[in-house]
Design a protein around this ligand. Structure first.
Ligand SMILES: Cc1cc2nc3c(=O)[nH]c(=O)nc-3n(C[C@H](O)[C@H](O)[C@H](O)COP(=O)(O)OP(=O)(O)OC[C@H]3O[C@@H](n4cnc5c(N)ncnc54)[C@H](O)[C@@H]3O)c2cc1C
Length: 322
């Protein structure tokens, strides 16, 4: 049986303008970069929910980033950074200010001398993992099932199969909203489980360098990479929109196990459902609103707190007002 709860009425978008009063797009001087008004973020996140960015830009290179930040400083608006949007829950009301998405900053350079690879913030992690496998370089096989970008992985300390970003990261190039560019070492990021110091500020990761282990055959590395992907597909639901694991695992427990013991698998609020296959996944099961997912996160937290006296902390990042 699927239990469910009817959600309350939705809040209106923050940026509703009659069609003829919608602000115009802004072309940034000296670049091909265009800042767009009122861009829907739903199709840019893996949950496939949420409202519009007040302003949105997807820079093609560092000059575009600099020009976008310069524009932002003059407007005095808030800044939001995103990669592939695979760990974001965007409010139905949208996000104020400028959303900068790194999806076009996608490249990678393998250096056989040092065994390092330097990748742009927007390079998809699975793509990088397969490229490394093709070179016969070990070190990224664990990351193949994580549908985020290099920048998102660096910030989130993304991990799987007992490995994580901090194990391979050498250094990262970041740019602050005032235009200052710095290279930070992995040590500077104070890494811990799914956490880094970059989560507390709004510096944009431009690119990252990883230390890998060359010298294997591509067949060998491909086989491990492929095996990791298969094992994830068997244990996790990839067929409906989600953000992966919603909650961090609390000390000595698996969040999914705590939730499953309460019989919450399949529980629904509106169109959002606790996944049957993995209780730490919440799915956009049937045209969910962001508020459905938000309410379901709260419900699961309350139940776990009530029955286990454990406070589950979300891994997913909430954007906008809920
Ligand atoms: C099906 C599925 C499975 C998943 N499995 C895993 C897993 O096994 N392990 C795991 O760790 N995660 C997993 N995730 C979650 C997610 O993929 C990771 O957290 C990933 O690292 C997020 O990367 P992203 O590019 O999508 O970042 P986003 O979701 O776009 O952003 C996440 C955070 O990073 C910040 N950010 C993103 N890019 C930058 C940048 N360039 N500079 C500064 N800040 C930035 C954003 O502001 C935000 O705070 C899964 C998600 C899904 C949908």
């Amino acid at each position: 049986m699927t239990l469910s709860f009817n959600p309350p009425l939705q809040m209106p978008s923050l940026f509703y303008f009659p069609q003829n009063q919608k602000p115009s797009a802004i072309a940034l001087p000296g670049t091909k970069c265009i800042i767009q008004p009122q861009v829907s973020l739903a199709h840019l996140t893996s949950f496939r929910v949420g409202g519009e960015a007040q302003w949105y830009v997807a820079p093609q290179n560092i000059n575009d980033v600099e020009a976008s930040f310069e524009w932002l400083q003059k407007q005095d608006l808030p800044l939001t950074l995103m990669g592939a949007g695979s760990n974001l829950l965007v409010s139905d009301r949208g996000v104020s200010g400028l959303v900068v998405c790194t999806r076009h900053l996608s490249y990678s350079n393998f250096d056989p001398e040092s065994g390092t690879v330097t990748a742009g913030a927007g390079e998809p992690l699975p793509k990088l993992a397969w490229k490394a496998a093709k070179h016969g370089w070990k070190g990224l096989e664990w990351s193949v099932g994580i549908p985020g970008t290099v920048g998102g992985a660096v910030v989130m300390n993304a991990g799987a199969h007992i490995s994580s970003t901090q194990d391979v990261l050498v250094s990262v190039k970041v740019i602050a909203p005032d235009g200052t560019i710095e290279t930070l070492s992995a040590k500077d990021l104070n890494y811990s489980y799914r956490s880094s110091s970059l989560q507390k500020d709004n510096r944009l990761v431009i690119e990252a360098t990883f230390q890998l282990q060359p010298g294997f055959t591509k067949e060998e590395v491909r086989a491990i990479t492929s095996q990791n992907l298969q094992s994830r597909k068997q244990s996790q639901p990839y067929d409906k929109p989600s953000c992966g694991s919603v909650f961090r695992n609390p000390n000595s427990y698996k969040a999914g196990w705590l939730i499953e013991q309460l019989g919450l698998k399949g529980y629904m609020i509106g169109g959002a459902q606790v996944a049957q296959r993995h209780a730490n996944f919440i799915l956009n099961y049937n045209h969910a609103k962001a508020s459905d997912i938000f309410n379901l996160i709260n419900h699961v937290q309350e139940q776990v707190e009530k029955h286990w006296a454990i406070c589950l902390h979300p891994e997913v990042k909430l954007l906008g007002e809920f």
